[in-house]
Design a protein around this ligand. Sequence first.
Ligand code: PMP
Length: 408
Amino acid sequence: MTITSFPSSTAAGLFAARASGYKPSPVREVFDISMQPGMISLAGGNPDLSVLQLDALADTAAELVRTQGLDALQYGGGGGTRELQELICAVMAAEGNPALPANVQVTAGSQMALELLVKLFCDPGDVILAEGPTYVGAISVFDGLQADVVHVPMDDDGLIPGELERKISELAAVGKRVKLLYTIPNFHNPSGVTLSAGRRADVVRICREAGLAIIEDNPYGMLSFDGLYLPSLHQLDPENVFYLGSFSKIFSPGVRVGWAVVPDDVRRQLQLASEATTICPSVLSQMLVQEYLSQTDWRQTLASAGDLYRDRCEATMTALADFMPAGTTWTVPGGGFFTWVTLPEGISGEDVMYRAIGHKVVFVPGSAFYSDGAGDNQLRIAFSFETPERLREGVRRLGLATAESIQG
Ligand code: PMP
């Protein structure tokens, strides 16, 4: 007899309370729609991997297994390979951000580093402050670990320091324990904005004075359109900032290699938590990243990717001006993958999305990026993956869907 499914199980009645914190990601759901034929996707923040030299990478991978396979295919150290930790410090230095190999924990993507840090620092009911809107994957981590998310408003210069102070004192007044600020200072996902240099010092000072640590998530920092980088929060206060980096946007998300840089007295605990989850990061993946960083002109490849994303961003900006109805506004990113669109008052991003799917274009509605139901009249456009021509056509269709929604 072949068993094909278990319609009901005893186990389903045994879920822990935290299990209900894991909800389907709206980005993943929209991803399925984006695979339909003829669909233009402004939804997923996928890097364009066409800049990679696949033949050369295939040779490197084959050579790696042939000559170093017994190490590459074996278990490795729990913190990551020493060589990759050193190369990560060189990558960070290229962005003007000093770090020491001993402070680097390699993880399976920065998503894992975020999960581990929240696990280590937050008990159920502890508060994490995060920009409103914020990264959906971070909301999933916070919900799954039963932390309460409180959003801090942002504007075109990023998180607003005065609002951060206000939230901290409001929460203190009702006896809430704020543990962490989670922030994405560069080319924010989903809003595309960058925290201004002046505000960085304020944010770091406010958090230090209030006794909360900062998680600085920086997967897009190197994808600056003008090649300029602002000082990281980690650089301003290395003892109070946990820095997250990733190779997903500057090389490949498929290798699943990211990292955290944490102060000395957090480093050991982070590695123990990581070992409990995965024993060690994939040695094969780490070695492939090492080869990519040490044997190829990765900065040139990154510059080509940056040119591609800048052209796509410009095409999106022009198309938004040409096709969106009056009363629509959007952010002007200086790098990264996203722009954040605010629809005319009273128009719902979800309503526009259902109409847009009919016109064969898909995006993620704004409410997905808040944990408190806000963002209904906003939406995120990812310009990283489609060509400038298809982005223009996608925005034209979005304009049609919005106009239909206005007419009711
Ligand atoms: N943080 C942000 C802001 C992201 O946009 C992403 C990926 N979309 C991640 C973290 C997770 O990246 P990784 O692939 O390194 O796990």
